[in-house]
Design a protein. Structure first.
Lengths: 110, 112
């Protein structure tokens, strides 16, 4: 059974204080690891897909990395508008859709 | 290009009532799915479809039915609403296996 665990559950940062969010996973036959951002009252918004260990992707202040057991979402010099819940999901072998972690709620204080 | 459209956005039901949550996508995606999101539980898969005429159960299917008569539409039916079905429901679609899923804005359902 595919599983995703995200930590921490919540993170409070000062503006400009860099940090990382963790996503640990177990999956049979990884076909993709996905990061999403979710704002209150909205649906998840796609950020990145990573397919193999060692892969990295960047978008503005966000950088996602992948190993065989976990992924990190690094946030460099965050701003208040980066405040959101960040979700990690995996796609394993077979037809079942994405399996999600419970998310990390990030608050960036000015 | 509207993406994934869910209706209604909000709904209040009485216990025992039935209703259908609508989901439509205009991206010609084969894969569609329904999730529910509850505080502290994350997104949990209810049902999914890999193409028109094909559906399967996810992690929490009890009390829900789906059908997929067209590529565009994937309605979720609550047969007899229960307070435990109070949740936010999200519909998602994706082009294929291993590709990113696009989500609708959600339906907030309250069962009293």
């Amino acid at each position: 059974e595919d599983q995703v665990t995200q930590s921490p559950e919540a993170l409070r940062l000062q503006e400009g204080e860099s940090s990382s969010l963790n996503c640990s996973y177990t999956v049979s036959g990884l076909r993709g690891l996905f990061w999403y951002r979710q704002d209150p009252g909205k649906g998840p918004e796609f950020l990145f897909t990573l397919y193999s260990a060692g892969e990295e992707k960047e978008k503005e202040r966000l950088k996602a990395t992948l190993t065989k057991k976990e992924s990190f979402l690094h946030i460099t010099a965050p701003k208040p508008e980066d405040s959101a819940t960040y979700l990690c999901a995996v796609k394993g072998s077979g037809n079942t859709p994405l399996v999600f972690g419970k998310g990390t709620r990030l608050s960036v204080i000015a | 290009n509207a993406g994934v459209t869910q209706t209604p956005k909000f709904q209040v039901l009485k216990t025992g009532q039935s209703m259908t949550l609508q989901c439509a996508q205009d991206m010609n995606h084969e894969y569609m799915s329904w999730y529910r999101q509850d505080p502290g539980m994350g997104l949990r898969l209810i049902h999914y479809s890999v193409g028109a005429g094909i559906t399967d159960q996810g992690e929490v299917p009890n009390g829900y039915n789906v059908s997929r008569s067209t590529t565009e539409d994937f309605p979720l039916r609550l047969l007899s609403a229960a307070p435990s079905q109070t949740s936010v429901y999200f519909c998602a679609s994706s082009y294929g296996v291993g590709t990113e899923a696009f989500f609708g804005q959600g339906t907030r359902l309250t069962v009293v």
